[in-house]
Design a protein around this ligand. Structure first.
Ligand SMILES: [Zn+2]
Length: 272
């Protein structure tokens, strides 16, 4: 299990130069709010402010986590099923969505008990730029009557592409304890011309590597191709072939999207 500290910056690096203090240091630092008379002395907030900010370790999910999340299923069964859901349910919807001007990101929610599909959705940004595939799926999931849907922790969450910061948070707030994705941030940037995930993680979260803790107190996450790579060599080719076929299909959909964007016919969203 890979574990590393998130506290890689020194205090002098986190504090801005020339007397500028970061928001985190201001709130958690040397009592600036107290000095400014904004907090009453002796309140619980003072005790919190006196201690440094929390710093969880970075973790990767283990095979034990995989078996817990998938209710003891073998990797080949799960990989096969996820690829089938993408091929047969998400891709057809996404193709229709892309032809209507939406991006090519999709998502699905599966019941852990029998891997049946609860929801399969795709990006719907022509209606609202926040309607990423994952967010669209979560809205559709919670639109189901409560007695007609499993609890979120009883589902597997599938994303065609590694979830962006919005979707990482949405999956967390939605109560899902896992997600699986096919294509990476680097694929989104390099193969599909959508660089916003890594740029946001760098610009907003100061993480130029686009990293996040793949296992944390809320969920564990896996790249499907990473899972395939852990299988015995003779079991990998059929799955790799299907991934390559999906890559070709998504390249075709990307072409449709990018051509529409270039022609000024894409969705009217701030980040295209
Ligand atoms: Zn997203």
């Amino acid at each position: 299990m890979e574990v590393r500290s998130c506290c890689s910056l020194t205090s002098t690096e986190t504090e801005k130069t020339e007397g500028q203090v970061s928001r985190r240091n201001f709130l958690h630092g040397t009592g600036a709010l107290t000095a400014a008379g904004l907090l009453a002395a002796g309140s619980t907030n003072i005790a919190h402010a006196a201690s440094p900010p929390g710093c969880s370790v970075w973790q990767k999910p283990t095979d034990a986590d995989f078996h817990e999340v998938t209710r003891g299923r073998d990797k080949p069964e799960v990989i096969d099923h996820i690829l089938a859901v993408l091929e047969n349910e998400v891709v057809p919807k996404t193709m229709r969505g892309v032809k209507a001007g939406n991006k090519l990101f999709g998502a699905a929610v599966l019941d852990k008990h029998d891997l049946s599909t609860v929801i399969a959705e795709t990006n719907a940004e022509t209606g609202n730029p926040l309607m990423h595939g994952e967010v669209t799926a979560i809205f559709a999931f919670y639109d189901l009557p409560k007695d007609k849907r499993p609890a979120p922790q009883d589902t597997l969450f599938i994303a065609t592409h590694e979830p962006c910061p919005l979707c990482l948070s949405s999956i967390t707030w939605g109560g899902f304890d896992n997600f699986f994705y096919l294509f990476t941030y680097e694929d989104s940037r390099d193969a599909y011309g959508i660089p916003h995930d890594i740029v946001m993680l760098d610009e907003i979260f100061r993480d130029p590597e686009g990293s996040y803790s793949e296992k944390n107190k809320f969920w564990s996450s896996w790249g499907i191709r990473d899972l395939i790579a852990t299988l015995p060599a003779d079991e990998q080719p059929p799955f790799t072939k299907r991934v390559e076929a999906l890559r070709v299909t998504y390249a075709e959909m990307s072409d449709i999207y990018q051509k529409a964007k270039a022609a000024g016919k894409g969705a009217d969203v701030p980040l295209k």
